[in-house]
Design a protein around this ligand. Structure first.
Ligand code: CDP
Length: 227
């Protein structure tokens, strides 16, 4: 009997808070693959720019920052829901990068062509080594178009805002559902209308609408596709 190996490069794209990270982590753990959340890199550049009070509207300045930034991604040192540690200048910024200010500005930063080029080159180099689950907005379309399996994970904005709300409450932080919903919709609008590498499913992606599915059901569906 021919034993089929699972796909080596798995691209996982979709809008904000669609559950890509949870799915990606579980898949990577199950298959013994590297989990790579590319959103972390765009968030890190945005975080550094905000820390240094850089003008976020200045594409040249932000592009130079993306080219030079030393973003260190390491295995998780704490069991607090993080997938990895993100270290910048020796400081653990894993959760700082998920603050409201970064959320509100990351889509502007990630729309710059030079920023995308600098970061996606690094992502592609790592992805081509294989045995990887790479998560983002443009993995199947731009970063790794040769991926063996492409999944586009979707859900309604209301469902996604609810999941993000539950996540923040579970961390013990305050959250406002209507506010989260508004921000999720705005980030998706910018991500899907930008000129370079907009958020969209690759032509050969399997689209999964997770509105009426829980996390386990989504994992089971994608594991089916891996077989
Ligand atoms: O976790 P969440 O879905 O809220 O967002 P994320 O994956 O951390 O991504 C944050 C932002 O980075 C997105 O809204 C995009 O603007 C940008 N991003 C991107 O442009 N391309 C990627 N491959 C990944 C993220």
């Amino acid at each position: 009997m021919i034993k089929k190996t699972p796909p080596s490069i798995i691209a996982l794209d979709g809008p904000a808070a669609s559950g890509k990270s949870t799915l990606g982590r579980t898949l990577a753990d199950t298959l013994g693959y590297l989990f790579f959340d590319t959103g972390v890199m765009y968030r890190a550049v945005t975080w550094i720019a905000l820390q240094h009070d850089l003008n976020l509207s200045d594409e040249a300045v932000i592009t130079e920052l993306a080219q030079k930034a030393q973003i260190d991604i390491q295995p998780p040192s704490k069991n607090d829901g993080r997938a990895c540690d993100v270290i910048i200048g020796g400081k653990d910024v894993t959760w700082d990068m998920r603050n409201d200010e970064v959320d509100a500005n990351v889509s502007v930063v990630s729309a710059y062509a030079g920023v995308r080029q600098a970061l996606s080159e690094q992502q592609r180099r790592i992805g081509l080594r294989g045995r990887v689950v790479m998560v983002g907005r443009d993995i199947g379309t731009v970063v790794l178009p040769e991926a063996d399996l492409k999944v586009y994970l979707d859900a309604s904005a209301e469902e996604r805002a609810k999941r993000r709300f539950d996540e923040i409450i579970a961390r013990g932080d305050p959250a406002d559902y209507e506010e989260i919903l508004r921000k999720v919709i705005e980030r998706d609008r910018i991500d899907s209308t930008r000129a370079v590498a907009p958020l969209r499913p690759a032509d050969d992606a399997v689209i999964i609408d997770s509105d009426k599915m829980n996390a386990e059901q989504v994992v089971a569906r994608v594991m089916e596709l891996c077989k």
